[in-house]
Write a protein that binds this ligand. Structure first.
Ligand code: C2E
Ligand code: CA
Ligand code: CA
Length: 725
């Protein structure tokens, strides 16, 4: 029904309607012309026949009863009246066998009926007194009169002949009624004749009219039905092409365009649509794929992810999402340049296709951040196995024009049916797992769990607080003296960041520095701290407080900023300091993922400013002794783990001694960190360090307290005696 309505509403409907209108008009014109002609012919024939019948009747009447009647007619011969010759109305106009025979003759000649009427002046009606009609049983029909209201009455009453349709025996028939007059010309009666054939002719005409109407109706229905049918068949290709165009808009190009081989308008349309499909395909390629790697881009990834989520939630399938990322890619990019970075990304993407299969739903979201959707009932275990395989592949040396590059990667994996409501959450949770993998040292895959989310929320909160703290310069710096344990002279001051939140209270740098590093705020924060530290150093210089140098901790992320050396130079200059007033502490993690060449270049540039370099937390990670020998460090800060309890743990003591000897052998200035007790200070001293930094001498303190603190250290305590080895 709906389809029929749609058809009627469309081209089929409109053309069929027009066809029906045109055919109707044609039929109407033809039928009207035919009917009018027939009507004319019928009318003419009827008039001629009835006229002849009337003439014949009056003539016969006047002839047979010529002693009683005389015929009056118009110049053309049409009967006007029959007039009594004498005053014999009573006899002449009452039933006689003679009348009956006469009427019978007239009837036979005319092949119709004939009637005689006598006018009754009292009732003013024409009463029939003779007729050719008989009942089926042969007896006379009931009496009948022409009274006022009868179509012929008016004419007869006015003494005129009447030609027209009159009711006869229950139906209308064409009749000619000739008035019969007295000898003086007054109305006395009437002679009525009709012609059966005329009647038949009229009946046939009417029947023809009915048949023409029915036939026209049938032709119309047929034309409409066939028209609609043919039209619908002819238009089917258009509907198919329209649907294809519709699908093209909704879901992008799919399949081939039909009817292209046709040589008509439909063929032309199909070929045009095919060109659109091809173009659309190219556009989709441009719009949905990543130029560099050929994988999908974020846009297509989101579409695919939405679909995977729908399947996962409806139970139609289980999908797993993995976020993959090359560890420290930025450094590789910085170190080797963008071209090598791009080459590496292409290799990494190729490995994704290799491992997950050529039809993998994989995308690159940002520089080295890839995502993969893994489907199937066992998608979780497959995701796990394949991700491990991929990370293993990434671990293998990569041969690039720039040389052999070693990378590792991390992955965060989330089960969509279980841990993701929508695309946003899916990506966020996978990213959380990825961050967790990174925070745990990278080179691993981590599955999302809900506690990651809690940690993440906390981190987000922390990031927010930290951002406003940096903006409001709420971050302060404390200083912790480094003391020569023998002379107890000040050998340096380490700058340590302090943050006291108005509501949360003091927040340890061990908490907020990693957050700042993860969110990138470390660059801004580091710049602020360097500025505050130099500002204070300049004040002390002006006060002539002798502190040797201040040691500022610098995160690797800061160090690899392209403008870092410039920033140091500019800050020193702004505060009127020389490079020798500053030492930069860098942890061993700076060596990870960077070529020695690149590290040496940056460190040398810093050294060129006169700034000294200290390798922080030495021994806590895995240090390459090769680096130590070749890179321009001035100082080693021996990690607290070497000295804590070294006074009682002799193995530890020996290790400490060994490390210090090694450092001294390489010509480094040696600082032992975290000396909390006198015993630890003694151990450190006996093993031959240059300075100690720890709670025993001083906790980190605000700048204001430092000169006094340093004086007190120098004054009060005797130099601890070295513990003999
Ligand atoms: P770090 O560079 O190894 O700094 C030394 C840390 O050891 C400081 O902790 C200091 O308070 C603590 N310490 C000093 N003496 C002792 C001791 O005798 N016993 C013990 N248990 N600890 C001692 P803090 O200030 O909490 O800083 C923690 C870490 O936060 C620093 O370790 C450093 O890695 C980072 N950090 C602090 N300030 C900054 C900064 O301005 N920039 C950057 N990039 N990192 C910073
Ligand atoms: Ca430090
Ligand atoms: Ca340290």
């Amino acid at each position: 029904m709906l389809r029929a309505f749609q058809l009627l509403n469309g081209i089929t409907g409109r053309i069929t309607t027009r066809l029906v209108v045109i055919v109707s008009i044609s039929i109407l014109i033809t039928a009207t012309l035919g009917y009018v002609k027939l009507y004319e012919v019928t009318a003419t024939n009827s008039a001629v026949r009835i006229d002849r019948a009337a003439r014949a009747a009056t003539a016969l009447f006047a002839e047979q009863l010529n002693n009683e009647f005389v015929e009056i007619h118009a110049p053309d011969g049409a009967p006007l009246a029959l007039r009594l010759k004498a005053d014999t109305a009573d006899v002449s106009l009452s039933f006689r066998t003679q009348h009956d025979a006469l009427l019978k003759d007239i009837g036979q000649i005319n092949q119709g009926a004939a009637n005689l009427f006598k006018f009754n002046p009292h009732t003013r009606a024409f009463d029939r007194f003779a007729t050719t009609f008989r009942k089926p049983d042969g007896s006379m029909p009931p009496p009948m009169s022409i009274k006022a209201g009868h179509p012929a009455y008016e004419d007869l009453n006015n003494n005129r002949p009447h030609l027209g349709e009159v009711p006869v025996m229950g139906r209308m028939r064409l009749a000619y009624l000739t008035p019969i007059q007295t000898s003086l010309g007054a109305v006395a009666g009437a002679l009525a004749v009709d012609v059966g054939w005329v009647d038949d002719l009229i009946a046939a005409r009417d029947e023809l009219r009915t048949q023409v109407t029915i036939a026209a109706g049938l032709v119309l229905v047929l034309v409409a039905a066939l028209g609609a049918c043919f039209m619908s068949t002819e238009l089917k290709p258009l509907r198919v092409l329209a649907k294809l165009a519709d699908d093209l808009v909704a879901a992008g190009p799919s399949g081939t365009v039909p009817y292209m081989e046709r040589n008509d308008e439909v063929g032309a349309l199909a070929q045009g649509l095919d060109r659109v499909v091809t173009l659309q395909g190219k556009l989709a390629q441009l719009a949905y794929s990543d130029d560099l790697t050929g994988l999908s881009n974020r846009c297509r990834h989101l579409n695919e992810l939405e679909a995977a989520l729908r399947e996962s939630h409806s139970g139609a399938g289980k999908w797993t999402l993995a976020h993959l990322d090359i560890d420290n890619f930025k450094q590789i990019n910085d170190a080797y340049g963008q071209t090598t970075g791009d080459d590496l990304l292409k290799l990494a993407a190729a490995q994704i296709k290799d491992v997950f299969g050529p039809d993998v739903l994989a995308a690159r979201l940002t520089s080295d951040h890839f995502v993969v959707l893994i489907g199937g009932d066992n998608s979780a275990s497959r995701a796990c196995a394949l991700t491990e395989k991929l990370l293993d592949g990434w671990r293998q040396p990569h041969q690039l024009p720039a040389g052999e590059i070693h990378i590792t990667g991390s992955a965060g994996i989330v089960l969509l049916h279980q841990d993701a409501e929508d695309a946003d959450q899916a990506n966020r949770n996978a990213e959380l797992a990825l961050r967790k993998a990174k925070a745990s040292g990278g080179d691993q895959a981590v599955f999302f769990t809900s506690d990651l989310n809690d940690a993440f929320q906390e981190q987000i909160q922390m990031e927010r607080l930290l951002r406003s703290a940096i903006e409001a310069r709420e971050i302060e710096i404390y200083f912790q003296p480094q003391i020569n344990p023998t002379s107890r002279a000040l050998t340096g001051l380490e700058v340590l960041a302090r943050w006291t939140h108005p509501n949360e209270g003091p927040i340890s740098p061990a908490r907020f520095i990693p957050v700042a590093e993860a969110s990138g705020q470390i660059v801004e924060l580091g710049t602020l701290i360097l500025d505050l530290a130099c500002e204070q150093a300049a004040k002390w210089r002006r006060m002539q407080f002798e502190f040797k140098h201040i040691s500022v901790n610098v995160s690797p992320i800061q160090l690899w900023q392209s403008n870092f050396v410039g920033l140091v130079k500019e800050t020193l200059a702004r505060h009127g300091l020389s490079g020798h007033d500053l030492c930069i502490e860098i942890t061993e993690s700076v060596f990870v993922d960077h070529s020695e060449h690149r590290i040496a270049a940056v460190l040398s540039a810093i050294r060129a400013l006169g700034v000294s370099l200290s390798l922080d937390d030495f021994g806590s990670g895995y240090s390459s002794l090769g680096y130590l020998n070749r890179l321009p460090f001035d100082q080693l800060k021996i990690d607290r783990s070497f000295v804590s309890d070294a006074d009682t743990d002799y193995r530890k003591q020996r290790v400490l001694r060994g490390v210090l000897e090694l450092g001294r052998g390489l010509g480094f200035n040696l600082v032992v960190e975290g000396t909390e007790t006198l015993e630890e200070v003694k151990v450190a001293t006996s093993t031959g360090c240059d300075s100690v930094q720890g709670f025993y001498f001083a906790r980190p303190a605000p700048a204001l307290l430092i000169p006094e603190l340093v004086n007190r250290i120098a004054r009060t305590r005797p130099a601890p005696k070295a513990i003999p080895a």
